[in-house]
Ligand binder design. Sequence first.
Ligand SMILES: Cc1cc2nc3c(=O)[nH]c(=O)nc-3n(C[C@H](O)[C@H](O)[C@H](O)COP(=O)(O)OP(=O)(O)OC[C@H]3O[C@@H](n4cnc5c(N)ncnc54)[C@H](O)[C@@H]3O)c2cc1C
Length: 418
Amino acid sequence: MVTMSTSKKVLAVLVLLSSIFLYYYRTGSMSSSQKLVVVLGGGVVGLQTAVDLLEAGYAVTLLSKHLPGDEDPHYPSQQAAATWASDEPAVDAETKQWYDEGYKRWDEMSNGAEFKSAGVTRRPCFRYWEEPPRGGESALWHSSGVSSFRILDPPDLPSGVAFGTTFTTFCVNAPEYLNYLHNRIIALGGDVIRATLPTDQGLVKGLQAALEVLKNKTSVVQEEDVYAYVNAMGEGGLRMAGDKGLFPIRSQSIHIRGEAHKIADRIGDSGIYYAIPRVGSGITVLGGFMEMGNWNETVNPEVNANILRGCKKLIPECLNEHGEFDVVAEFVGFRPHRKAGARVEIEQIKSLSGSGNITVVHNYAHGPGGFFKSVGASRKVVRLVDSLSSGIILDQNVSKKEEQEVFEGFYRQGKASG
Ligand SMILES: Cc1cc2nc3c(=O)[nH]c(=O)nc-3n(C[C@H](O)[C@H](O)[C@H](O)COP(=O)(O)OP(=O)(O)OC[C@H]3O[C@@H](n4cnc5c(N)ncnc54)[C@H](O)[C@@H]3O)c2cc1C
């Protein structure tokens, strides 16, 4: 009779234990029942999406070229002013919902002590039009979703202004907000890995490169270990997806010393000027340049001179004793946009190995509104990922909204200033 010697038994037990250890080592804190979603992009949209997916019970690994703290014209999230704004003269129902969700979320955050470090602050906003807004009352669609909205009485309008509104909104200290989201991902057990993926070889090759990074740095061993990818790479995401609609909305922004008491903008023939305090940092962000299709990274001093001139009327409280602003820094940035507006939808593509489909949920091209739209758009991503398990996949490849006027409408009044 063949019996196992004691040493062989010990060896078998050791092998069993080591495979159990290896399994848990490779899967980290991830429970075996959790599905892994890989988020590509560490801007506000990718970070918010990662947080929401983690809160919904998915395991998340985020890969990104830039991460909070990096300064680069092609990383607008770090540069953003940022506020909840309402520049669009008309919005479709879904975009309105994103606006509303963002407003409500920031309202909660600005009230809650637990969000102190997130950098969201409530402030009054004043909007001035040198000519009455085109579209009349319909341009004020946001009045129902915000608090303390009112049309300014003529005596309250500065000279040269024909129409004005005020309401309560929020300004976000962008660097603090990104750090907050990043820290939240880590606290929820997500992984964040710095990696640059190719964007000029198509989606399949881009995702394959992502898979290689995962294999090298995480417990992922094969294609099937990834339940879905989220493409939240902004400009890089449009490029990787081969999206022909890509164009930048180039900005020039200026940091000046002192925090304005309000958010203010003025829309006129010479362009749009805005001032948004970055509360807690001792600066205010001035801007006004929204130029489509220009990838020039160099600051144009004439444009900045116009922004400074335009903003003097908006926030005189920040002028020094010589009636000038103390300029701290100047930036060029590119907001990633696309003619049909933001793309938030599922795409299923054949994997390179040919063994099945890879699911990608796109969440990109939020243009000038990535901060305030990120909350609603990311919640939609979670719903789309959830829909995979039901077999009824929502919003699959529906991005043929080329005819919609979101893009036209946004800049209707905003010819490039400066
Ligand atoms: C001056 C200024 C003021 C603004 N003001 C406002 C405002 O008031 N309110 C508002 O809502 N929005 C505002 N915006 C717009 C807002 O900043 C953008 O809409 C938003 O940052 C877009 O976020 P995102 O995450 O989609 O893209 P991004 O910030 O571009 O992030 C994309 C991410 O993908 C990563 N990535 C890209 N390519 C690759 C690659 N090849 N491999 C790996 N990773 C890659 C990047 O590293 C980055 O982490 C402003 C922008 C600017 C510049």
